[in-house]
Design a protein around this ligand. Sequence first.
Ligand code: SIN
Ligand code: CO
Length: 398
Amino acid sequence: MNTFQAPTLRGDIDTASFVRETWQLRPRLFRQAFQGFCLPLSLDEVAGLACESQIESRLILEKDGATPWAVQHGPFDETVFAKLPASHWTLLVQDVDKWVPEAAAFLDTFRFLPDWRVDDLMISIAADQGSVGPHWDDYDVFLIQGAGRREWRIDERPVAPDNCLDGTDLRIMRDFQTTQSWVLEPGDMLYLPPRLAHHGIALGDGCMTLSVGFRAPDQAELIEDFVADQLASLSANPRFRDPHRVGGANPGMIDAGSIDTFRTLIQSGLTRNADQFAEWLGRFLTRAKPGIGPLPRDDATLIVSRDLPVILLQGRVWIRDGASRFALIPAGVGETTHRYGFVNGQALVLDAAQFALFDFLCLHTRYTAASLTALSQTPTTRSLLTQLINEGHLYALD
Ligand code: SIN
Ligand code: CO
């Protein structure tokens, strides 16, 4: 099972100054970024994941498909790989961290940024000259060279939405001018901020790139989710009213008083106190993508709180599932009055002992049975831990 240890960043990489001075702002290359760098998966294992029906994957053929830059979506039959051209293809597998514990552990290296900012670990494998074309992403990314070599070129000019090739499903730039380039070897890492145009080209076969991608919801997504959530929780639904109307000169005119009443009706419907807002935000930020989440225990293996002390000792080490998104908001932060824990879109209002447990669960991703036992000495903490184990968020390493 998962004994993979996340590689640690080289000792002289100062993550605090990185997040303060570089993150979101400018690219940065880290040569031999890790101590004890090893791959969470082999090239064959990545190809194997692309054959799984629940896992999102894409194959990009630069010139041997039906059109230039043709995209095929997985799952793939193994035979597809035997028929690939000799060069110019890339296979990309998304959300590897949600399915493979070793890949989830790899992400631990990036916990100098909040968990709720992390989207996924994508892994690509490519033949010589394989590329997804020059493009930009809306998110920050760490590009880690896993195997083989890849040249990364960047174009530091501001991106223009209409700088895009027609006739392909990919957002490939028509005009890309290299302003800097680097050849990455295994263990090298390139950080790119959002909307910085880049173009990675495999140099030789057996190229593997690991991309740690981040989440940054846009305003429309936030509003859409917030409003839907608010609508679902509205208890009263006051209607427009206009008593004591003062007659107007023109029956066609929408008068100032009515405009104000409409504005107030909408604004009051969208107003939330600090607790209600924090609760929605935590649920929103920890929500998993559809179809992705830990496997809950089946009826035969469900546990009850009473048995928890014994169950905990069944594994010396307990692990947080890679598909579980945990976050917390302590009381008083953002003017909240409650202590909140969030797990994959679920909000939990916690008592003080439960919060101490949840705080520990958020701080680490692996836990000793002894520490979990020490933090679950009350009925409410035992019931919380039991719930998280039954929902599959925590499992024992045998
Ligand atoms: C790749 O791994 O080939 C593409 C990653 C990226 O450009 O974001
Ligand atoms: Co990209």
